[in-house]
Ligand binder design. Sequence first.
Ligand code: SF4
Length: 380
Amino acid sequence: MFNNMPGYEQGPIRPPSEANSLLVRLTRNCPWNRCLFCPVYKGEKFSRRSLDEIKGDIVKIEKAVEKISNISEAGGFGGEVNRQVAAQVQSEHPDLFQVAFWLYRGGENVFLQDGDSIQLPVGQLVEILGLLTEKVPSIKRVTTYARSKTLLRRSVEDLTRLKKAGLSRIHVGMESGSDEVLEYMNKGVTGVQQIDAGQRVKAAGLSLSEYIILGLGGEQWWREHALDSAEALNKINPDFIRMRTLAAPKSSPLYEKVRQGEFKLLSDDDTIREEKLFIENLQGIESTFYSDHILNLLEDVNGKLPEDKQKMLEVIDRYLSMSSEDRERFCLGRRTGYYRTMDDMQDESSSRQVERSYQQLLNKGVSVDSYIKDLMLRFI
Ligand code: SF4
């Protein structure tokens, strides 16, 4: 049977920015697993993998790198993993393909899975990081997810040890800085705790990526969500702020609350107004801001703070200044994949397709907003 699996264990997710990273699994699932909006590990039990299992995977990766290098040498490519070598590995050794593809994309970045690797004792993490960089010397960046609550159980000294051992960056799902929102969503952490956790990561000299979910306050707390999240980030000054947009798929506990009308999702327009308020209130920080997720309506709200703040707000104002019909057309085009940015509305062929769908919805009396909310669930 054709086997494209790597021969070592992998978890289900990684941040989009780690698309070219090698995945090394340290734990399985999420130790908290109660956030209302999160569908990822529901029904799965958290466990720590043993040090021996993890070391075994690292040795398998080392051997895969050696074997791929030999294939390259034999093909006259001097150990370089180019397109031909990757293709040869894919057809002759499919179990090595993921490592070959990783080497082809540079072989430098590693992401430690799953949702909260810092759960492992610091001594074990130091050992794992040391082994990784010893066995695979091409590695230059190692990143992982961590919960703020878990980070609070680690001192700045602990985190500094991890940095010295080779950890480069921690991705934290802050989601919101608002206590009302965090409590309703059962995030298991307060705004102040998120600030403390983020500040510890920064004090240890680690790079920090904080995620915020637009729309997480719904209609009730959108203002608190925007203002308190901005305030928390202002106190942390993370290296990266990455935006996500809320959807409530059936597999998330939030779905039932939306269906029963208890939680009211924001429309696309209100989500963008919330984003505007949020960005306006980011002050005194030097973070790089990314909207690098398919669920974000305005993917081109990106930049370095503070210098690009105005440019980012102009993208939002450009959207808000369109007529309500054109905003609906853009949302429809974006959610159906015809548009990535507002500039794509100038493309005749794409806009013809969007117009056809738009008119069909109008003729059927279907609300564009509710149609779009359904479409968004398909991206989860
Ligand atoms: S902590 Fe993260 S992975 Fe765990 S349930 Fe919450 S959002 Fe999901």
